[in-house]
Design a protein around this ligand. Structure first.
Ligand SMILES: C[S@@+](CC[C@H](N)C(=O)[O-])C[C@H]1O[C@@H](n2cnc3c(N)ncnc32)[C@H](O)[C@@H]1O
Length: 316
């Protein structure tokens, strides 16, 4: 009798716990989708408001049909570009184009280039495979972004850093989804810093509750020592760190005692199959071995379609 009661109580506990988790996760999923949708709408609205004004001004001179031109603009597909150049840095190429150097945009007309310029933020989200590549750039149902955010486990009010933030779209999305963050985005690349600063102006009109700082990184240091961060995230950047040992020591000094380091990486085999990505990519066992040697304990890991998610705490 007692045994039966115990089993029954355990079952009730498991079921309740399961439901509570599912509800929390469902709420967070909704929040993430809303965040992406808000960002996308802001970018699309801005883009087309700007483009319409530009096209009107241009057409007044040329006498071409406005509606027809707007149709071309809206139908400009990023799909081909995405397929062909998925491993290229879109911003670096944009800069090269501006400087009159050879780039992936060499064959683009001035109107197409204007579209690209106005769409740089959207481009970023398409290249990250978060949005679909055609107008009106809906959310890509296959994106890994949701799984990544659920894994990272950001809370409102957290102090977090994105090390090697690239062109920033991922961390900017976190800042739209979560409130009252103290968010640091570091980069070693000059172009990436330029692009992040450019984009951050648009972000400020959507996201008003967070403090965002974009900082120049260095090879050996986060530059965030003593900040007592809740989480440090390095997305596709750990394998790029040239001085991993020194950087991991600096990460320890930047995290609070029970803070977490989250690495998001893609293994070489996957990258090879898809003919994209980075030649420096590392296998999971290589990453795990470096982290262990440098005083970090693995507390969680997950595989998603496109990568490896690893969560560490500082070893005791
Ligand atoms: C493949 S990109 C990933 C960018 C971004 N996290 C993403 O997921 O799209 C790697 C980035 O790490 C940056 N990086 C490399 N070493 C760095 C360092 N020591 N500190 C800061 N950024 C670094 C590079 O400049 C590059 O932009």
């Amino acid at each position: 009798m007692n045994k039966l009661l115990l089993v029954f109580l355990q079952l009730v506990f498991v079921l309740n716990f399961g439901t509570a988790q599912t509800n929390d996760e469902a709420a967070l999923r909704k929040r993430i989708i809303k965040g992406i949708a808000d960002y996308r709408s802001e970018l699309v609205n801005n883009t087309y408001a700007n483009l319409e004004a530009y096209i009107k001004a241009t057409l007044e001179k040329s006498g071409n049909d406005y509606d027809e031109t707007l149709k071309i603009v809206k139908n400009l597909s990023l799909k081909e570009l995405r397929k062909k150049y998925s491993n290229k840095n879109i911003y670096e190429n944009f800069r090269k184009y501006k400087l009159g150097k050879k780039s992936i945009f060499s064959t683009f007309s001035p109107l197409e280039m204007k579209i690209v310029e106005e769409n740089l933020d959207l481009f970023g989200l398409v290249f990250q495979q978060i949005l679909k590549p055609d107008f009106p750039y809906g959310i890509n149902p296959k994106t890994d972004f949701l799984a990544e955010v659920l894994f990272i486990g950001i809370n409102d009010g957290d102090k977090i850093a994105d090390l090697g933030a690239g062109s920033g779209e991922i961390a900017f999305l976190w800042s739209i989804i979560f409130k009252d963050l103290e968010l640091y985005m570091t980069e070693i690349g000059e172009i990436q810093l330029e692009v992040m600063n450019f984009k951050s102006k648009k972000i400020k009109s959507i996201d008003t509750s967070n403090t965002i700082q974009i900082l120049k990184g260095t090879k050996k240091r986060t530059g965030l020592e003593g900040k007592n961060l809740d989480k440090i995230i390095a997305r596709l950047s750990f394998h790029h760190f040239k001085k991993k040992k020194a950087m991991l020591a600096s990460i320890k000094k930047s995290l609070k005692a029970d803070g977490e380091l989250i690495l998001i990486e893609s293994e070489p085999s996957f990258l090879h199959e898809r003919k994209m990505g980075c030649k420096k990519a590392m296998f999971q066992h290589e990453i795990e071995s470096i982290l262990k040697k440098n005083g970090f304990t693995l507390i969680d890991s997950e595989r998603v379609d496109q990568g490896i998610l690893l969560k560490y705490k500082i070893a005791n």
